[in-house]
Design a protein around this ligand. Structure first.
Ligand code: F0G
Length: 458
């Protein structure tokens, strides 16, 4: 008998969560200036804000923590971690960082100069901000289908290869110190990238002498989608697919808080030892010595175990089915769910679900706030509050290509009945859809404004 969608684990430790009343939540949201980043996690019942660092570690990871070697230099834990990166990803060299954005910062500050440009299928907010921070320009070149929330295509996270090559010719390879690719494509609804597309992207970068780095946060889920959606790979193991994906790249930045299922940690992996040494000098100033990079030895142990668990096929099969189950519930409630449903999250097209709220009034924030009000469910807008920016050439204000709300699912944390509950909240939100208004920003910082912005209902 083939096993249907069941959690491939049982629960050994529990963490109580608490329900609040709608009245309480109304006050909480007001005090938070209508920004869900500003509320206390204790006031949330189901937290889908992010799948980052919110996963449940396994008994093996917790016991590995006890074996952390906390030596400053040359700790045993570093070598366990290095071996896991070598075995799972195939990169010979690795530097730990405190999390993904630490890896991005170290890489970009070392290789990227002001005025230069870095292409990606789509940058996540921290890679975008890390590039802007060094005076460079992030450029997104995903396929057009990524913006189409209904096209049922298997790999909508892909790079548009024609756009990429045209872009490199237009601006000149000398202005592109590094080329990126994000798998899965978080800012494009968590859509996977095809193996072909990774290979061809690498070929284009390499043809112009541009080093190719993968933003690997959800590499395990990407490999699972390749296995289940590309018939050429159905008989390959996820571990083989992962090795092939990375074989085309010169390195990767990794937020281990995603597919290595740890609460904190990240790294940069390389093929070139000289580059590792060069970035290592900066690492020592900002993150820590080469063999711990801002982490404790115990964190390195947990990451090492997590890299294997995040590529386990029973786990990945469950993970995909679990996420899809939530997506189907939300669609059934009447929301416009981005299709196909991604690996780590369900994305709701808030622009379509609340068509009378203009993009400039953040329909995604409005919908997210109503999920909190109705059921204590916290999600995040991935739309114009997060991504609005000025066109560097014309100075014109550009809104996000699509107004999404992301329901990101922590790994191994919520059961199916939690998802059923969120489905019921969705039905309640849809029932009140006509009452939902847009919002406007009353205060915001310049970079990464969505984290700290204050908003009011219009
Ligand atoms: N790259 C991608 C694709 C990400 O999704 C993230 C984080 C990072 C890099 C940065 O990693 O958080 O460890 O510094 N994404 C989280 C999210 C925050 O909610 O999607 P980090």
């Amino acid at each position: 008998m083939s096993i249907p969608f069941v959690e491939p684990f049982r629960i050994k430790v529990v963490e109580p969560i608490k329900m609040t009343t709608r009245e309480e939540r109304l006050k909480i949201l007001e005090r938070a200036h209508n920004n869900l980043f500003n509320i206390r996690a204790e006031d949330v019942f189901i937290d889908f804000l992010t799948d980052s660092g919110t996963g449940a570690m396994s008994d093996r990871q917790w016991s590995a923590l006890m074996q952390g070697d906390e030596s400053y230099a040359g700790a045993r834990s570093y070598f366990h971690f290095e071996k896991a990166v070598q075995e799972v990803m195939g990169f010979p060299y690795v530097l730990p960082t405190h999390q993904g954005r630490g890896a991005e910062g170290m890489l970009f500050q070392t290789l990227v100069k002001p005025g230069q440009m870095v292409p990606n299928n789509r940058h996540f907010d921290t890679t975008q901000a890390n590039l802007l921070d060094v005076g460079a320009q992030p450029v997104d070149l995903a396929v057009d289908e990524a913006q189409d929330a209904q096209a049922l295509l298997p790999f909508k996270g892909n790079m548009d290869l024609q756009k990429l090559e045209d872009f490199i010719r237009r601006v000149g390879a000398e202005n592109i110190p590094i080329g990126m690719m994000t798998i899965t494509n978080n800012s494009a609804a968590g859509q996977p990238v095809a193996m072909d597309n990774i290979r061809q992207t690498a070929e284009i970068y390499h043809k112009y002498g541009i080093p190719f780095f993968v933003d690997a946060a959800r590499f395990g889920e990407n490999a699972w989608f390749i296995k289940t959606r590309d018939p050429l790979y159905k008989d390959k193991s996820v571990r083989e697919i992962v090795l092939e994906m990375f074989s085309y790249a010169d390195g990767c930045t990794m937020s281990a808080k995603k597919d290595a299922i740890v609460n904190i940690g990240g790294f940069i992996a390389f093929r070139d030892e000289a580059l590792k040494q060069k970035i290592g000098q900066r690492l020592i100033i900002h993150e820590g010595f080469l063999t711990y990079g801002g982490l404790a030895g115990r964190d390195l142990e947990a990451m090492a175990v997590g890299l294997y668990e995040g590529t386990d096929e029973d786990y990945l099969a469950y993970r995909e089915a679990h996420t899809r189950y939530l997506g189907e519930k939300l669609a059934k409630a009447g929301l416009h769910v981005y299709q196909p449903i991604g690996g780590h999250a369900v994305y709701v097209d808030a622009g379509k679900s609340l068509p009378y709220i203009p993009a400039a009034q953040f329909p995604g924030v409005a919908l997210a706030n109503w999920f909190y009000l109705e059921g204590g469910v916290r999600t995040v807008e991935i739309g114009s509050l997060m991504f609005e920016h000025k066109d560097p050439e014309t100075g014109e204000t550009l809104l996000a290509p699509i107004e999404l709300v992301r329901f990101a699912i922590p790994r191994r944390v919520y059961t199916r009945s939690h998802l059923d509950y969120v489905g019921e909240v969705a039905a309640e939100v849809v029932k009140h859809a006509h009452e939902i208004r847009g919002l406007q920003v009353t205060w915001a910082p310049e970079l990464l404004r969505h984290f700290m912005a204050k908003l009011e209902w219009v």
